[in-house]
Design a protein around this ligand. Structure first.
Ligand code: ZN
Length: 74
């Protein structure tokens, strides 16, 4: 089997690209952190870590976005 080890853009940890549901991130947490950084850029507020509450808020936004896209595709 071919393996594709990549570094997570958020935490720089090596992981198997095709084994992650959240690629190019190693985990959902890293994906949310990246999204949080992207969102906060527009407010020019540096973000170090997401609180659990912030992560849940972002997760909710992502789900809304995904469900919106799904309804259009359907
Ligand atoms: Zn990561």
């Amino acid at each position: 089997m071919k393996t594709s080890q990549v570094s997570c853009p958020t935490c720089k940890k090596k992981f198997e690209y095709y084994s992650s549901e959240y690629r190019p991130f190693c985990s959902e947490k890293c994906r949310l952190i990246d999204l949080g950084q992207w969102l906060t850029e527009s407010y020019t507020v540096p973000v170090q870590k997401l609180s659990e509450e912030e992560a849940l808020t972002l997760e909710h936004l992502v789900r809304e976005k995904n469900s919106d896209r799904d309804s259009h595709d359907d």
